[in-house]
Design a binder for this molecule. Structure first.
Ligand code: MD3
Ligand code: FE
Length: 245
């Protein structure tokens, strides 16, 4: 698969969609089931939709909580830069306000983004009912430039076992999909290109995973990125605000 898959405009969008993301998505694009519950759909986002997402992500990166290199409790600094929507992730919990950045409340999670997540589940699982109960309430937007990478980890700060939806835009990368027992083998390396969708549900939700390599200059024209790789993950936190706030 190639970044060019993103170039066939409209492939990821339903017929006649002209709003932001309201239309149902076309089904039937080739899917690869990498492991139970883990489905890769190359070229799911049209080039136009990628550019729209890049534009909204640029806005979120400016604020109210600016994009930053997350600082880990052990003093380490992530090479990836992250900005959050809906709930703010800091290691290792979700909050409404970014106490580790500027104290501001994160941007609202827009309804069109939840709709996009439901459409992603429908297409990845090839089941019109797959998205019905999905209510993502947070998005983590990761930006990889230079030598940024992400080590093998599990995502377990969410209290919901609902699937994670991942959207890739810009430079291609190696995504390493492992197992739930530990960081090591067995794992499967998958090349993710601009426009690709990956859904992680079921038992794959708790697998270790990481991004060992990004290939600079592989984005191709029309993605809206001037360099680097953007990954948007949609999740259900399973959290609710404390009453009275
Ligand atoms: C499998 N991001 O933000 S996306 C992350 O490309 C993260 O930026 C990577 O891992 C990135 O936590 C990988 C694919 C992904 C995201 C979340 C998952 C795979 C997942 C959660 C559970 C299982
Ligand atoms: Fe992760």
């Amino acid at each position: 698969m190639s970044a060019g898959a993103a170039g066939d405009d409209g492939a990821g969008g339903g017929p006649g969609g002209d709003g932001l993301f309201p239309e149902p998505f076309a089904t039937g694009r080739a899917r690869t089931v990498v492991a139970p519950g883990a489905v890769h759909v190359p070229g799911w986002l049209s080039a136009e939709r990628q550019r729209e997402l890049v534009t909204v992500c640029r806005g979120w990166a400016r604020g109210p909580v600016p994009i930053r290199h997350t600082v880990l409790p052990n003093g380490g600094v992530m090479s990836v830069q992250t900005v959050c929507v809906g709930w703010h992730w800091q290691p290792y919990r979700y909050t409404r306000s970014a106490g580790d950045v500027n104290g501001a409340r994160v941007a609202e999670f827009p309804s069109w983004l939840a709709e996009l997540g439901r459409a992603a589940l429908v297409d990845a699982y090839g089941d019109p009912a797959a998205g019905a109960a999905y209510a993502p309430d947070t998005a983590l937007i990761n930006f990889y430039d230079g030598d940024a990478r992400m080590g093998m980890h599990q995502d377990k700060d969410e209290r919901s076992a609902a699937p994670v939806v991942s959207l890739s835009i810009g430079d291609s990368c190696v995504f390493r999909f492992g197992n739930a027992e530990g960081r090591g083998r067995p794992y499967t390396d998958v090349r993710l290109a601009s426009g690709d969708l990956f859904v992680f549900g079921g038992e794959s939700r708790f697998a270790y995973h990481g991004v060992p390599k990004v290939y600079p200059g592989t984005a191709g024209p029309g993605t809206g990125m001037s360099g680097g790789r953007l990954n948007i993950t949609l999740r259900e936190t399973g959290l609710t605000d404390p009453s009275g706030t």
